[in-house]
Structure formats: structure tokens, C-alpha cells
Ligand binder design. Structure first.
Ligand code: ADP
Ligand code: ZN
Length: 610
């Protein structure tokens, strides 16, 4: 009975505070479980709506919800976003002066807070623990819980100490949340945080609004510019590069092309990183060019694309990085350009990496799965979800679904290439890289060919039926399938144990055809933001965006803290003329209606007038 009333209370808070009509996915069960005092381990993809899972129980249960988050730089924004909703939120971390901190502590003790955000290291201090013991706590939420995993690259030693929460506050429910998907990480989290008894909630990791596309890399910058100009002009996005140097160069290049692009990598000084991150979050349409050092916890909802100019090291990394697109549920693009050089480079990185043979084998396993995703002729999403243990059917919103690649029997081509490598080695005791092998197959009389007398090899000129790009594709796919390997600093090609099966005609090799620079897939769903708006609503949408930008500036908060794009679009489409109507729009709760309602109605009526 009491339970049912509380559930209704949760629904009421969802409507009144957040302005949403219905719970998503597993939110309701999780919220129920927590309100009832249970512990939970939640695995949900980025954009799945994890925050509500602890924010609503914190508002419904008596006491203050304590949120542990490693994202100190983002706490201010998180707290601002909650305050804009009328939630009494505050944070304690090392960036604060003593006076502010005292104030927060006083509010906490007086029961005047709904949510208190803490950095994990704060819990190591006796002062903070004493403070917490003197107040009433409704729940502990451990955000980015994968930071407790020592194998991931986000490991934070302070997270290990969080197991003591259970001992000190056995009666306070705990919820740990992460978007990191593999079952190994999940088991590790449960053990280290003493959450073995907790209920596990594992959501689907599908992100249907993200369109996945993997193209073969030929002129990466030009390809990137085409993507930005034709599909994402003026929109916010992230471009990932492998090295700091390529981050810098790419950002410069985009800036020279008139795009507002900023660099981000661990080699920049802290002040520059903070400024660039703040501009990305606050300004409309900034493109962040970054290494993977950028992104964790960035909850900007309107990132419209994530582009990779280099091959990610694992499917999991790729999924995490691309997942930063489209948290608001609107159509978004995940685009990756990948080529032969990426395979050579990644294999080399693994060969020269620190750690033992087992570690290198694990890295190689991750890379192989990523390569298989790149080379598949099946639905990308089906393959990616299968990697996380989910079965699904072809999605209709990835490049292979929209523009099915042909596969062809590449056995003969593979034999020609492998026998070139074989002959160089057997007859000449030489090893060469991909470029020379292609020149030999194509029968090119280059200086290097003449110098080494490679035109005298029997394989010289036997591969004229394929173009250079196609031969590079053949090599790339043989590398991906483990039928060929690279070695040493110059990426020389060598045979593997399996090469013999192809040379001995005991194995067929199917390959993905290199598309003839087909136009980008243009699906019905491929067009984001403004284009989906009814034409008549576009001018009002633009006026609302301008109003939002001014308001965000005035209040010193990111634009999405005022209203999300999705909310402005609904307002633009429905053009409400009364506060009551405006209050039914998704994302307009009581507090925002009171604060911004009148101003919004004015923007709407001004648009009508002229
Ligand atoms: P996560 O932390 O899982 O990445 P968030 O908690 O940031 O996701 O939520 C993603 C977006 O979805 C946010 O913009 C949030 O306001 C919105 N959202 C969450 N739950 C709902 C819901 N039930 N109805 C509508 N929008 C929601
Ligand atoms: Zn698909």
C-alpha cells in the first residue's frame, strides 16, 4: 500500500520537477527498488537516463541524497541544471573556498538539501565522514562506477575506498551506475563496491538514434569536411584523433576552414582544457577535436556527431566514444574513417606496448573485434550489440543496412598478394611494406622497383585487375583476418600460420568491396535537428534558440540547462499561447514554467506578430 503511494509520488515528481510524462526503459523499476530501500547496480547506455534513477528517489525519500562523482569539473554544471529545476542541490570539492563549503555543510545539516555531490577523495577525509554522520542521508549514488575497475583506463584509486559506505551506513540504500557494458567490468564493480547482494539492472545498450557509419579512409580531412558541411553544418560534435599532434593539426585545419573547432588533449595545460571544455558545453555548434582524454561525463545532450579519424583500440572504446552523440534522443551520426595504415599502426602499438604476453594478447583480441566490426558486411549494430551479449536484428540505421556492401570472392587476389610476400622472402630474403607489394602487383616501374629488380619477379604485374585502393583494401582485410601480419618499425608484411591455407587453396577468402565513392547514405532518418522541424516552425525555433542563448549567457550556464533542443522544438511546433499549454510540453516542469514561462510566451507571440 505504502509502496504504491510512493510509486505515484515518483511519477508526480517526474512530471512536476522534470516536466516529463513517462519513465523510460528500466527507470521505474530502479526507482521503485531504491525508494523501497534496496541496493542497485545499474548498467545503462549513455543517454539512457541514469541520473533520474537516483535523483527521484532522493527527492522522495527523507534525507539528503549523496552522489559520488569523479567529474569535479562538471559538478557546477550538474548542480546548476538541478537548481534550474528547483531542486536543492550543492557540491563539496577541492575547487571551493572555505566559506562556500561551510555554507553547504550548514545546509546539509539543516536538512535543506535534496542532493549533495561529492568527489570520491572527499570521503577519505575524516571531516567529511563526520559531517555525513551528523546529517540524514536518503541514499548513496556512485556515478561512473566503472572507475573502481583497475583494468579500465578510468581507474580512480579513491573509488576503492567506497566499499566502506556499506559498513558505515548499512541501512542507507546504494546505487552504482555506469555505461560501461562488459560483464567482466560489471562483476568487478559488484565485488569491489560490495554490491553482490544488490539487484542488477542491465538495460539494452542499443542507441537507435545514432547512425553508425564506417568508411574507408582515403583523404580523411576532405572526407571529414564533407560530413561537417553536408550533414552537420553549425552543429556541435566531437572529432577523435589518436595522437596529440593530430588533434592540434586537425583543429587548426578545421579552424582554417571556418569551423569553430577547439583542441583537447592531456598535453594542454589545465587552464586551456577547462576553457575549451566550457566553450564546448556553453556555446552552440562548437566542434571539439580531442584524444580519448576528453568525454567522460560530458552530459551535453545535443552532440550531433562523433567522428573518428583513427581506429579506436576496442569495440568498447568505440561504443563509449560514439555514445556521446545524441543523448537527447534526436538523430545523430557516428562516423569512422579507417584504412590500412590504422591496422599497421595499431598492431605496432601492441607489439611495442609494455606489459606481458597475456596483456598483449588481450590488446590484440580487442583490436581483432574492432577490425571485424569495420570489415563486416552485416549490420554494424547487430555486430556491436552481439559483442555486448545482446541479440538483435538488422537496424536499418547503419551504413551496411542503408547501403549494403557487396562481398566478393577475394581468394585469388589474396593468393596473389600472399605469394608476392612469399616470393620476396623465399627468393630474395626480403621484406617490404604494403606500398612496394602493391607496386609489384600493378607492374609499376618505379625507381624502387628497378633498384631492387622486382620487375623480374614472376608476380610482377599479375594484379592489374584491381586498382591501388582495392589492393590496399585486400591487404587491410587480410591483416584483419589474421592471414597476413605486419612487423617492425616499417610495417613490413609477413605471412602468418594461416596464410598457407590460402596459398594452398584450402581456404576461401570473402572480402568487402571497396565502394566506388558512393554518395553518403541518405536515409530518411539521417537528417537531424532543424530539418526535421515543420518548415513553418523553423523561424520560431530560431527565435527560441536566440532567446535561450541570451538567457544562458545572463545566468552563466550552458544553454541546455535552460531548455533542451527537443523542448524548444516542441514549443516551436505547438506555439502555445497560455502557461497551461506550455506546461504540458516535455521538459517544462513547474520551476522552469514559473521562471521562463512568461518570457517564452512573449517570444511566441512576437513571432506571430512578425
Ligand atoms: P545518462 O546519465 O544515462 O547518460 P541522463 O540522465 O543524462 O543520461 O539522461 C539523458 C537525457 O534524457 C537527459 O537529457 C534527460 O533529461 C533525458 N531523460 C531522462 N529520463 C527521461 C524521461 N523519462 N523522459 C524524458 N526525458 C528523459
Ligand atoms: Zn544496421
Amino acid at each position: 500500500m505504502a509502496g504504491a503511494e510512493r510509486v505515484d509520488e515518483a511519477a508526480a515528481v517526474l512530471r512536476r520537477v522534470f516536466g516529463y510524462d513517462a519513465f523510460r526503459g528500466g527507470q521505474r523499476q530502479i526507482i521503485d527498488h531504491l525508494i523501497g530501500g534496496g541496493d542497485a547496480l545499474v548498467l545503462m547506455p549513455t543517454g539512457g537516463g541514469k541520473s533520474l534513477c537516483y535523483q527521484i528517489p532522493a527527492l522522495v525519500r527523507p534525507g539528503v541524497g549523496v552522489v559520488i562523482s569523479p567529474l569535479i569539473a562538471l559538478m557546477q554544471d550538474q548542480v546548476d541544471a538541478l537548481r534550474a529545476l528547483g531542486v536543492r542541490a550543492a557540491f563539496v570539492n577541492s575547487t571551493q573556498d572555505l566559506d562556500t563549503r561551510r555554507l553547504v555543510e550548514a545546509e546539509f545539516l539543516a536538512g535543506e538539501l535534496d542532493l549533495l555531490y561529492l568527489a570520491p577523495e572527499a570521503l577519505a577525509s575524516v571531516g567529511t565522514l563526520r559531517l555525513l554522520e551528523r546529517g540524514k542521508i536518503s541514499l548513496f549514488a556512485i556515478d561512473e562506477a566503472h572507475c573502481v575497475s583497475q583494468w579500465g583506463h578510468d581507474f580512480r584509486p579513491d573509488y576503492l575506498a567506497l566499499s566502506m559506505l556499506h559498513e558505515r551506513w548499512p541501512e542507507v540504500p546504494r546505487i552504482a551506475l555506469t555505461a560501461t557494458a562488459t560483464s567482466a567490468t560489471r562483476r568487478e564493480i559488484a565485488t569491489r563496491l560490495r554490491l553482490a547482494e544488490a539487484r542488477h539492472f542491465v538495460a539494452s545498450f542499443d542507441r537507435p538514434n545514432i547512425q553508425y557509419r564506417i568508411v574507408s579512409k582515403n583523404e580523411p580531412r576532405r572526407q571529414l569536411m564533407t560530413l561537417l558541411r553536408t550533414e552537420h553544418a553549425g552543429e556541435a560534435g566531437i572529432v577523435y584523433c589518436l595522437s596529440r599532434a593530430s588533434v592540434e593539426k586537425t583543429a587548426e585545419f578545421l579552424t582554417a576552414q571556418g569551423i569553430s573547432a577547439l583542441p583537447y588533449h592531456a598535453g594542454l595545460d589545465a587552464a586551456t582544457r577547462v576553457t575549451n571544455q566550457a566553450r564546448f558545453l556553453r556555446e552552440d555548434g562548437v566542434v571539439m577535436v580531442a584524444t580519448i582524454a576528453f568525454g567522460m561525463g560530458i552530459d551535453k545532450p545535443d552532440v550531433r556527431f562523433v567522428a573518428h579519424l583513427d581506429l579506436p583500440k576496442s569495440v568498447e572504446g568505440y561504443y563509449q566514444e560514439t555514445g556521446r552523440a545524441g543523448r537527447d534522443g534526436l538523430p545523430s551520426t557516428a562516423w569512422l574513417a579507417y584504412g590500412l595504415q590504422d591496422v599497421v599502426q595499431q598492431r605496432k602499438l601492441i607489439d611495442t606496448s609494455e606489459g606481458d604476453a597475456a596483456h598483449r594478447r588481450s590488446l590484440a583480441g580487442h583490436l581483432d573485434a574492432m577490425l571485424a566490426l569495420c570489415e563486416t558486411v552485416e549490420c554494424r549494430r547487430v555486430q556491436m550489440l552481439a559483442y555486448f551479449g545482446e541479440t538483435s536484428s538488422p537496424c536499418g540505421n547503419c551504413d551496411t543496412c542503408l547501403n549494403p556492401p557487396e562481398s566478393w570472392d577475394g581468394t585469388v587476389a589474396a593468393q596473389k598478394l600472399l605469394s608476392t610476400v612469399y616470393r620476396l622472402h623465399r627468393e630474395r630474403n626480403q621484406k617490404f611494406g604494403a606500398g612496394q607489394c602493391v607496386d609489384i602487383l600493378l607492374g609499376r616501374q618505379t625507381e624502387k622497383v628497378r633498384q631492387w629488380r622486382h620487375d623480374e619477379l614472376t608476380v610482377f604485374g599479375i594484379g592489374a585487375e584491381l586498382r591501388e585502393a582495392e589492393w590496399r583494401g585486400v591487404i587491410r582485410q587480410l591483416l584483419a583476418q589474421g592471414l597476413l601480419a605486419v612487423e617492425g618499425d616499417y610495417g613490413t608484411l609477413v605471412l602468418t600460420e594461416s596464410s598457407g591455407e590460402v596459398l594452398g587453396r584450402r581456404r576461401q577468402v570473402m572480402m568487402r568491396r571497396e565502394p566506388e565513392r558512393k554518395a553518403a547514405p541518405r536515409a530518411a532518418k539521417a537528417r537531424p535537428a532543424a530539418a526535421e522541424l515543420p518548415a513553418a516552425a523553423a523561424p520560431l525555433f530560431e527565435r527560441l534558440r536566440a532567446w535561450r542563448a541570451a538567457m544562458a549567457k545572463e545566468q552563466g550556464v550552458p544553454a541546455y540547462v535552460i531548455f533542451h533542443d527537443a523542448t524548444l522544438r516542441q514549443i516551436a511546433t505547438e506555439a502555445p499561447t497560455t502557461l497551461a499549454r506550455l506546461g504540458t510540453v516535455s521538459g517544462v516542469g513547474e520551476s522552469k514554467l514559473a521562471k521562463f514561462g512568461a518570457a517564452i510566451l512573449e517570444v511566441v507571440s512576437a513571432a506571430h506578430a512578425g
